[in-house]
Ligand binder design. Structure first.
Ligand code: PEP
Length: 253
């Protein structure tokens, strides 16, 4: 049985004060939710606040990106090793905003994945098609390419300790959610693709859905057989909304 995992992606939002308040609210509400793994990826500089506040609890903290480099003359970059050193558990890689706004290619993302795995982080690899690609019927080809580019570099075994987030670009931050059927179909496709490499890894890997998940649509999405929780943007900013999404993941088991 795969444990559902729900992770908040704050993007460029939050402050030291809101991080402290959020973590303490989530810790108070998390007690009854041990069936679900719960995480938060705040902006880099808020990570130490979140780690300190979450110390001794099951709440895991992560980064939203990492460098493809170990160290050196890369102004503005943060390495996977540094994230691990300050207490991170996860790192989100290949988010569609990184791909679209910062020009990250599949090759760059694969190199970041190598660094993340070597540092002992759990990568949350994001894949997903644009609306134009879906309308052209190319969504499976796009996701296949995004996944293969990484699997061919890091190897399929790496996915035993990684998470994949299917995030259709047209659903991120738009309020438009994939229907449970659309999301399930893509999740089943991803699992099938991984099964071509290794059926055991395909059965074990956790596949999150992301894209306008809210308290009122989470239960239906998470009750799909191949959806193992969610990567939550906007609705993760308010602790109560986030907790209610975590509850939906626990109830869907
Ligand atoms: C995300 O940023 O990964 C995301 C899914 O955002 P939202 O939930 O706001 O669509």
């Amino acid at each position: 049985m795969r444990q559902p995992v729900v992770i908040g992606n704050w993007k460029l939002n939050g402050s030291p004060a809101s991080t402290e308040a959020w973590v303490s609210a989530v810790l108070s509400g998390m007690g009854a939710l041990d069936a679900v793994e719960i995480g938060l990826c705040p902006p880099f500089v808020l990570i130490p606040t979140a780690v300190r506040q979450a110390a001794g609890s099951a709440l895991q903290i992560g980064g939203q990106d990492c460098a493809e480099y170990l160290s050196g003359a890369y102004t503005g970059e943060v390495s996977a090793d540094l994230l691990r050193a300050v207490g991170c558990h996860y790192v989100i890689l290949g988010h569609s905003e990184r791909r679209a706004l910062f020009g990250e290619t599949d090759a760059v993302i694969a190199r970041k994945m190598v660094r993340a795995l070597a540092a002992g982080l759990v990568p949350v690899l994001c894949v997903g098609e644009t609306l134009a690609e879906r309308e052209a019927g190319q969504m499976e080809a796009v996701v296949r390419q995004q996944l293969r580019a990484v699997v061919d570099v890091v190897g399929i075994q790496a996915f035993e300790r990684s998470i994949i987030a299917y995030e259709p670009v047209w659903a991120i931050g738009t309020g438009v959610t994939a229907t449970p059927d659309q999301a399930q179909a893509m999740h089943a496709f991803i699992r099938g693709l991984l099964a071509e490499y290794n059926p055991h890894v395909a059965r074990m890997v956790r596949l999150q859905y992301g894209g306008s998940v809210k308290p009122d649509n989470a239960a239906q999405l998470f009750s799909q057989p191949d959806i193992d929780g969610g990567l939550i943007g906007g609705a993760s900013l308010k602790a109560e909304e986030f907790l209610s999404i975590c509850r939906a993941a626990a109830d869907a088991r």
